[in-house]
Design a protein around this ligand. Sequence first.
Ligand code: BV8
Ligand code: ZN
Length: 237
Amino acid sequence: MSIEQAKEWLAQAESVAVLIGAGVSAESGIPTFRDSGGLWRNFRPEDLATPQAFHRDPTLVWEWYEWRRNLVRNCRPNPAHEALAVLDAGKPRFLLITQNVDRLEERAGAKRIARLHGSIWDVRCTACSHSDIIYGPFEELPPRCGCGGILRPGVVWFGEALPRQQWDAAYRAATTAELFLVAGTSAVVYPAAGLVAAARDSGARVIEVNLEATGHTLAAHVALRGPAGVIFRELAA
Ligand code: BV8
Ligand code: ZN
């Protein structure tokens, strides 16, 4: 089984679902969560990406997110994002299911996206229902709402439910697609990681794109080893 087999399946498929993680944004210069070096000052996401951490120290959590926002703001979509946008434009049924919060998929032109873990540009007030999209750097951390309440990042933290509509669309696509691609994700975080087995159990052909073997590799029919930007460019060629 190789890239040729993957290209053939991709050409044949009328319905394609793709699950991506931080590895797909790595070639844009955004560090992943669990690769060597971790994302930030050796904190684990499980320690910072939680409502408890935010409640305990909103400034520390915001320093992490502001650091990432400044990084992402200066990054560009890479060939993997661009190839996924081409795939989206060319398939009758397609859904790009992302765990990433950088919105680089959208900047590359992808249209049919299910955003499972929110967006690093979204903010939500912890006191009133105000929510907003703010791209610029904040004057002060933690940023405040007009009502005086503290704003939180509009992302899904550990222990928080995924946005219902996004999850339902992702689950429906994963369990009805002929072809399911899973790329740049370490298969650690649920329920997103569960989509791979759900797709496989529903009869989809499963292709994994990753630098190394992961918990998804056994469920994949084809495992393509290498950087997502290189492999997706080849697949879309
Ligand atoms: C939920 C926030 C229920 C946004 C993230 C005990 C207590 C509480 C919960 C749990 C528990 N045990 C399990 C859980 C469930 C928990 C979970 O899964 N925990 C894990 C750690 C065990 N999940 C949750 O809590 C979820 N919510 O279950 O709610 C519920 C239901 C109803 C009502 C209330 C509650 C919420 C999960 C979302 C957490 N938020 N982030 C942000 O700041 O970004 S998760 C975080 O990890 C990011 O979103 C990231 O996307 C995600 C997954 O990481 P990956 O994307 O896979 O990145 P990683 O670095 O791990 O891997 C990179 C991969 O890329 C590697 O494989 C590498 O080889 C590869 N790679 C690198 N470079 C390249 C490459 N591949 C190709 N090319 C390259 N160039
Ligand atoms: Zn408010």
